[in-house]
Design a protein around this ligand. Structure first.
Ligand code: NAD
Length: 499
């Protein structure tokens, strides 16, 4: 038995208390400039007194190239899931097929549905055409085209499925309004392309309009993404919080960060119910690696969001104000260095040291931040509503056919008509080519052939099986089917263009 003295007992208790105070986080140094900006960021966090204990995992290029196509081992997943908070430096996805993006996999596997990317200009200390820009992009993080479900079914055509769900829309849009409320933002804007994608983007827009009604104190508006993007790039000060589906958010958050000053300045928080991941928005910039050149600010901004998330707002505030002061002092890395504005061009390490030297100081011209208490955003648990009446009213049968005249294909397919269903339309890449198509329409080998219930009646799945069986006998190359439904009597599939 070991006898411990009272002093030792006290020391042990202090050590235990210290341990308890510490939040354990997972870190990954990543690839390219990743290790340098991670070291710089951690040195600032340590100097500022962040109460964190780090557990390091290996992810990225080395893991990919060792033959793991996911870029992450099962053991690393265990560490991430146990610690729940993950600070990740950028990683390199090797070129070529076969490697899935680890960033996308991590966000989706851990249910990190909200990607928050604040883009604020630092005028007059960082050159920008938009001195008053202060926009937060809230990007849906789990679905859309990033489902990554792609197929080639004919010689000429490949496809990617765009999946948008009711719970996905509800979570991210409610998050955007809750974020606006928590951070005293005045307006939430939604970007979609629902004039074209009426089902998918249409759902996102519809849920936005519904949820906006719960927040009458916050202004809400919708823009079609193309003109919205043009306006955002030209007049960002017209926007406050902007929420959008995954792909648009990916593109426009890079645009926003760049026009605010540099992609090297923006951080990103990926928030889920259980876990959260924090990172820079930029990539691993391999050409800049190992030269002590990269700007560590993006990852540092991610780390500041992490400190706020884990309730260490006082440390977060201290670091942010020291960082603002450093930017204001004109101590700049190459990406934001500009003759006449900047005072000193520094490397990654020197920049980090300048931030450390400024800990405890506030900026003079830029607004100092005051984070107050932690601002955790709670999203209500999703409740599935009473199921609507779902009726099968037809089927789109996709056919691989190398012929030229849609009328020839229609002639063949009409032989598949039966007592319940009949061929009503053929489209090629979405545009109607039969009946009454135009000779000018260019056609590929990928044909959507729509069979619907006679007299718009409900059909049976057996009718679909029967069509498919017949088509095998007739050597028609059917490549996939999509059932056509109505929900509570409302058509839930798109018409052909020109229909
Ligand atoms: P990138 O963001 O890595 O770099 C683009 C350019 O931006 C660089 O050449 C550099 O000039 C500048 N830049 C980026 N970060 C900077 C910083 N911190 N300081 C100074 N300058 C900086 O984009 P890329 O070249 O298209 O991608 C490189 C790799 O990163 C690819 O393998 C890509 O898949 C990966 N990537 C990873 C993440 C992530 O891990 N979250 C995100 C995007 C891209």
């Amino acid at each position: 038995m070991i006898d411990i003295t009272a002093t030792q007992r006290k020391e042990k208790t202090n050590a235990q208390l210290e341990q308890q105070r510490m939040t354990k986080i997972t870190i990954a140094r990543g690839d390219g400039i990743g290790p340098e900006i991670m070291d710089a960021t951690l040195s600032i966090l340590e100097a500022a007194g962040a109460e964190i204990e780090t557990e390091e995992i290996e992810v990225g290029e080395k893991v990919y190239l060792s033959g793991n196509s996911a870029g992450i081992s099962n053991e690393a997943w265990e560490v991430i899931r146990r610690n729940k908070i993950f600070l990740k430096a950028p990683i390199t996805t090797p070129q070529g097929g076969g490697y899935k993006s680890l960033n996308v996999t991590t966000r989706k596997s851990l249910g990190l549905f909200a990607n928050v990317r604040p883009c604020t200009s630092l005028h007059p200390f960082v050159s920008t055409k938009h001195p008053n820009m202060d926009v937060v992009i809230i990007r849906e993080n789990e679905e859309d085209l990033y489902a990554g479900i792609e197929h080639q079914q004919t010689q000429e055509v490949v496809q990617c499925l765009k999946l948008i769900s009711v719970p996905g829309c509800k979570k991210i849009i409610r998050y955007a309004f809750e974020y606006a409320t928590a951070y005293d933002r005045k307006k939430v804007t939604c970007f979609t392309k629902d004039n074209i994608m009426k089902q998918t983007d249409g759902l996102f827009h519809k849920v936005f309009d519904e949820i906006a009604m719960d927040y009458p104190q916050i202004e809400s508006e919708h823009w079609i993404v193309d003109i919205g993007a043009a306006k955002l790039a030209d007049t960002p000060e017209a926007f406050d919080v902007v929420v959008m589906p995954n792909l648009y958010g990916d593109v426009l958050s890079d645009v926003s960060a760049q026009i605010a000053g540099s992609v090297g300045l923006a951080g990103s928080a990926n928030i889920g119910k259980e876990c959260a991941m924090f990172e820079a928005i930029h990539g691993s910039a391999p050409r800049r690696a190992g030269q002590n050149m990269a700007n560590p600010s993006g990852l540092l901004q991610g780390a500041i969001m992490m400190l706020n998330h884990i309730g260490q707002s006082a440390v977060a505030e201290k670091i942010q104000n020291a960082w603002l002061k450093t930017i204001e002092d004109g101590v700049h890395t190459y990406d934001i260095y500009k003759e006449g504005i900047s005072k000193q061009k520094v490397g990654t390490k020197e920049f980090a040291q300048a931030v450390i030297d400024n800990l405890g100081e506030n900026p003079n011209t830029l607004s100092a931040v005051s984070y107050g208490d932690e601002t955790l955003i709670h999203i209500p648990h999703y409740q599935r509503q009473k199921a609507p009446k779902k009726e099968l009213v037809g089927v789109d049968i996709f056919v691989d056919w190398g012929g030229e005249y849609p009328g020839d294909l229609a002639h063949k397919l009409q032989m598949l008509n039966n007592d319940s269903v009949e061929l009503t339309m053929i489209t090629n890449r979405g545009v109607k080519v039969w009946p009454n198509g135009f000779d000018e329409t260019f056609c590929t080998d990928h044909w959507r052939c729509r069979f619907t219930g006679k007299k718009e009646k409900q059909i049976d799945k057996k009718d679909i099986v029967s069509i498919l069986q017949q088509s095998i006998l007739m050597e028609i190359d059917t490549i996939k089917t999509e059932n056509l439904y109505t929900f509570d009597g409302n058509r839930a599939y798109s018409l052909g263009q020109g229909q």
